[in-house]
Ligand binder design. Structure first.
Ligand SMILES: [Zn+2]
Length: 420
C-alpha cells in the first residue's frame, strides 16, 4: 500500500471522484507495517525491496532464505516470501473492515468520522461517467459490472481426455473440432471501490489475447482507478495481466488478493506434492505466476486470505478449489441482486454444460474440480444469480438453467446508454 500515499496529492485525483476517498480509507484500514520508516514517511518500492533484502540477510529467517536461494537462486523470491509472512502476521484487512461499517471502511478512519450513514450509503453507488454509461454493463443493485474481454480462446477436444469421444464429437458447433470461448475479466464499480476480478493474459498469451487493459479503458476506466484486484487463481490467463511487458505492476494503486493455498501452491512451496511429471508440466505456469505476483509483493500490495472470507459487505470469496488448490469464486450481492465471478469452475460452455462431469486437462485435481462445478451449478441453476464466466464466449454473462441431464447458459442483455 506504500505507493498509495503519493497518489493522494490533489493534483493526481483519480477520474472517479470517490475513489480518492476509497483509496484513502482502504489505506487507513491497514494496520501499520514494519516497512514504514520511524518517521511515518513511506518508502519508495525500491527502498522497500532493498530494506527487505537487508533484513533477510541479517534476519531471523536465515534458514528459509537459504532454502529458497537453493531452490530458486533468487533473492527477490526470499524477500517476497518474508513479506507474505509478515502480512499474514500483521494484516487482516477484512478483520478491520468487518464489524466496522456497512461500506467496508474502517470505523475509526479520520476521513469518514464525520460522515452520516446516509452520506456513506449515497457513496456506495456506482458513479458512472458518460463513457462508462455508454459502455455495455450490468447492474447488481446499485453497483455496475463490466465484462472486460482479454481475447478469444478456443478449447480443442484433446483438452478433455476423459470424456467419451463419440459424445464429445457431437457437441462443438458443426464441423469444428474446437469449442469456442474467450478470456474474460470483470470490473465491479461500487462507487467506493473499483475492483478488478482477474487480469487476462498480459503478454503471456497469443496475438489474440492481452486486450483487457484496452477493454478497461473502453469502459471509461484507467488502471490507476483500480484499488482492489481479486484473483480467482494464479494461472497465466488470470494473473499475467497484472504486469506490463517490462514486468512492472500495471495497476499502480491496487492491492492484489488471492487465497493463501493458491499462493502457497504456486510461490511458497511451488507445486508441492505433485509427481515429477506433473511438476514439469506445470513449471511454465509456475514461472508465470511468480513473475506476475512478485512485483506486487515487493511493493507491499499482495495479500493472501483464507478461502471463504467476506471482503467487504456484499463481496465474499467462495471456496471453489480443484481447478487449482486455492481457486476461489467471488459472490457479489447488492440490493436484491447477486452475481458470482466463477473463474475456472467451468471452461468450455459447449462441452461442460451438456456434460458437466467432464474435466479439463488443466485441472490440478480433476475430481475435486468436478465436485466443485456440480455443487456450484446445483446451487445456482434456475435462480437469478448472474454468472460472470472467465471462459464462455464474450461477454460471458448469464444465467444457468437445467437442460436435460446437463445445463444451458442464457445470456443476460447488457445495459448501455448512448453518450450525450
Ligand atoms: Zn483460465
Amino acid at each position: 500500500m506504500l505507493n498509495l500515499r503519493p497518489n493522494l496529492r490533489p493534483n493526481s485525483l483519480p477520474t472517479h471522484a470517490l475513489s480518492l476517498l476509497a483509496s484513502a480509507t482502504l489505506l487507513a484500514s491497514l494496520p501499520a507495517q514494519a516497512m514504514h520508516h520511524e518517521s511515518g514517511e513511506s518508502m519508495s518500492p525500491e527502498e522497500h525491496a532493498a530494506m527487505m533484502k537487508d533484513g533477510m540477510k541479517s534476519g531471523m529467517d536465515h534458514d528459509m532464505h537459504e532454502m529458497h536461494k537453493k531452490m530458486h537462486g533468487d533473492k527477490d523470491h526470499a524477500a517476497m516470501e518474508a513479506h507474505m509472512k509478515d502480512m499474514k502476521g500483521n494484516m487482516d484487512h477484512a478483520k478491520g473492515m468487518k464489524g466496522s461499517m456497512k461500506t467496508g471502511m474502517k470505523a475509526d478512519s479520520a476521513m469518514i468520522a464525520n460522515l452520516t450513514d446516509e452520506q456513506i450509503k449515497a457513496m456506495n453507488v456506482a458513479q458512472l461517467s458518460d463513457k462508462s454509461k455508454a459502455a455495455p454493463h450490468y447492474m447488481i443493485g446499485d453497483w455496475a459490472v463490466f465484462s472486460l474481454t482479454d481475447g478469444s480462446n478456443q478449447f480443442g477436444l484433446e483438452l478433455f481426455p476423459e470424456a467419451d469421444k463419440s459424445e464429445l464429437q457431437k457437441l462443438p458447433p458443426e464441423g469444428q473440432d474446437t469449442a469456442p470461448g474467450s478470456v474474460n475479466g470483470f470490473l465491479l464499480d461500487t462507487g467506493l471501490h473499483q475492483i478488478l476480478f482477474d487480469t487476462g493474459y498480459g503478454s503471456c498469451g497469443s496475438d489474440s489475447t492481452g486486450n483487457l487493459p484496452q477493454a478497461l479503458m473502453d469502459s471509461g476506466y484507467a488502471p490507476e482507478d483500480i484499488d482492489m484486484i481479486m484473483i480467482t487463481h494464479a494461472h497465466a490467463d488470470h494473473v499475467c495481466g497484472l504486469i506490463t511487458d517490462e514486468g512492472e505492476p500495471l495497476y499502480p494503486k491496487a492491492t492484489v488478493y488471492l487465497t493463501e493455498p493458491e499462493y502457497d501452491f504456486w510461490v511458497k512451496h511451488p507445486l508441492k506434492g505433485l509427481s515429477a511429471n506433473k511438476k514439469e508440466g506445470l513449471s511454465g505456469f509456475q514461472k508465470f505466476a511468480e513473475k506476475s505476483l512478485m512485483p506486487y509483493a515487493l511493493d507491499n500490495r499482495l495479500e493472501g486470505f483464507k478461502p471463504g472470507r467476506e471482503f467487504l459487505p456484499g463481496i465474499t470469496a467462495l471456496k471453489a478449489a480443484g481447478h487449482t488448490p486455492g481457486h476461489s469464486a467471488y459472490e457479489i450481492q447488492n440490493g436484491n441482486d447477486s452475481a458470482i465471478v466463477i473463474g475456472d469452475v467451468v471452461h468450455a460452455e459447449a462441452i461442460q454444460l451438456p456434460l458437466p462431469k467432464t474435466t479439463i486437462a488443466y485441472d490440478v485435481t480433476p475430481e475435486e474440480a468436478m465436485a466443485t462445478r456440480l455443487e456450484l451449478f446445483g446451487k445456482v441453476a434456475g435462480d437469478d444469480t448472474v454468472l460472470l464466466t472467465a471462459h464462455f464466449p464474450a461477454p460471458g454473462v448469464g444465467l444457468l438453467k437445467k437442460s436435460g441431464e446437463g445445463f444451458m447458459f442464457e445470456t443476460v442483455p447488457a445495459v448501455s446508454v448512448p453518450m450525450k
